[in-house]
Every structure is written in structure tokens, then in C-alpha cells.
Write a protein that binds this ligand. Structure first.
Ligand SMILES: [Zn+2]
Length: 257
């Protein structure tokens, strides 16, 4: 498979399927400059999004932005592994009440990240993640996952918390896992949210045929590091992600003929 090749400029997204819908499954809108202005412009363009907030200051800003988005957004509230080591009980309690206040909200993003304190097995990242996984099951909410370093350990924690083929829905955000991770995640009824970076990994490109299209979503993961954030740039980033997916899928189908 030549999956690393970029689609030619002339390759257009097929408008026949729902993948073309402007649905950004993971965006940190509150971390962008001028979030109100960008939100209004995106909604006018028909953009839909999962608005992710993964630390207390970000929760508050997302709450303030939600009225601008109306039915075009779903909030996602959680605690990122980058702040797990500094978390206090009150913040966990605040997360729980926020999730009760917004019955449609997803839980997360949460998970494990080797770049931040408390990552080793048995340390604080695990317990903060496990608490959120249990909350998601208890409240029957999708769980937005962040995984850098050890997807197998993360899957084990999900399985231990009670996720199963018929219980819970994990979302693998910025997914670039290999075939083994895909199979284990599929067994937990997972969704896979793809980012432009997902396509850099050869092992992911090889595993992609294992994922049915209805389990795929696309995302910008735009935050303070997103270069020149504008409604146009966000929209074209998302569309480029769909284009790469369709190109790869087309290549794969032609190889299987
Ligand atoms: Zn994120």
C-alpha cells in the first residue's frame, strides 16, 4: 500500500456520503483567540462540532460559548492527563455536576500521556482517568480518549472499568493506532476520530481497512497551537482530513479489486 502519498490537488471529496458534513469531532474552541467571533462565523458556515474542554478554566469558557452554537455543538467536559497530578477533589465533584447540568455532554478528554507527571502504572493519571471512565459508564455518555504512550494500558483500564461490546462508547481522539489497537477498540464499540497527523503513521494507514466508515469521524483538534486560526482555515483543515481519508480508501479499494 502506498498510503503515505498525498492526494493530488484535483482529487475532490465525494459529496455522496455524510463524511462531507462539516463535523469537527474535537476542537478546543475556547483556546483559540477571539472564540466568540470564530464561533459565530463557524455556525454561519454550517460547521458542527464537539467542543472539548479538559480543565476547569476551559469548562467555564465553553459554557459561555454554548448559547452561540445552539444545536450545532455538543460539549465535552473532562480532565486532561496534563493536569491530573494537580487535581483536587472539588474539581472532580465540579466535573460531575457539570455533566449532570448538560445531559448531552460527552466525558473527556481524558486518558494517559507519558509526557506529563503521574504517568507510570499505578500513579495519579490512571486513577483520574479511571474515575472519568466510570462516570461515563454510570451516566451513559461517550468517553473522549487521549492516549500518548501506552494505548494497551488505556484499553485495559477501560475493560477493567466495565466497557464491553454492549456497554459504553469510547472515542479514540487523534487516532493513529495499529491493527491490534483497532481490533481491541472495535470490540469496545469505539469511534475513531482522525486528524491530519493520523495519516503520517504507516501502521495506522495499514489498519484503516479494518474500521467501518460509520465508526470514523474527523477533527481539527484546534487549540492555541493552531496556526492562523480562522473559520476558513479550520474548515479547510477538516476537509483536507476527509480528502486524505477518501484518497487512502480509494487506493485501498483499487488494490483489492
Ligand atoms: Zn484535545
Amino acid at each position: 500500500m502506498t498510503g503515505s502519498l498525498l492526494p493530488p490537488k484535483s482529487f475532490r471529496i465525494s459529496k455522496k456520503n455524510n463524511l462531507f458534513d462539516l463535523l469537527d469531532f474535537h476542537i478546543h474552541i475556547a483556546r483559540l483567540p477571539r472564540p466568540e467571533e470564530i464561533s459565530r462565523a463557524l455556525v454561519r458556515r454550517g460547521y458542527k462540532a464537539v467542543l472539548v474542554a479538559c480543565e476547569p478554566w476551559e469548562w467555564e469558557r465553553i459554557e459561555a460559548l454554548l448559547p452561540l452554537w445552539k444545536d450545532s455543538a455538543i460539549p465535552c467536559f473532562g480532565i486532561h492527563p496534563m493536569i491530573a497530578a494537580n487535581l483536587n477533589r472539588e474539581e472532580l465533584a465540579a466535573l460531575r455536576s457539570l455533566l449532570h447540568k448538560y445531559p448531552q455532554a460527552f466525558v473527556g478528554e481524558c486518558g494517559l500521556d507519558k509526557r506529563f507527571p503521574g504517568y507510570a502504572p499505578g500513579e495519579i493519571q490512571e486513577s483520574v482517568f479511571q474515575t472519568q471512565a466510570e462516570m461515563a459508564l454510570e451516566m451513559q455518555r461517550p468517553l473522549m480518549l487521549h492516549s500518548v504512550g501506552d494505548s494497551r494500558r488505556l484499553l485495559k483500564i477501560l475493560e477493567g472499568a466495565g466497557f464491553s461490546p454492549t456497554c459504553g462508547q469510547p472515542i479514540f481522539h487523534r487516532f493513529s493506532g495499529d491493527a491490534e489497537i483497532v481490533k481491541r477498540a472495535m470490540a469496545l464499540n469505539a469511534l475513531f476520530s482522525l486528524h491530519l497527523d493520523s495519516f503520517r503513521k504507516k501502521s495506522f494507514c495499514r489498519a484503516l481497512p479494518l474500521i467501518p466508515a460509520e465508526r470514523i469521524r474527523f477533527e481539527t483538534d484546534a487549540d492555541e497551537s493552531f496556526l492562523m486560526p480562522s473559520p476558513e482555515a479550520l474548515e479547510s483543515n477538516l476537509q483536507e482530513c476527509v480528502r486524505r481519508f477518501e484518497w487512502l480508501k480509494m487506493e485501498r479499494d483499487s488494490e483489492n479489486l
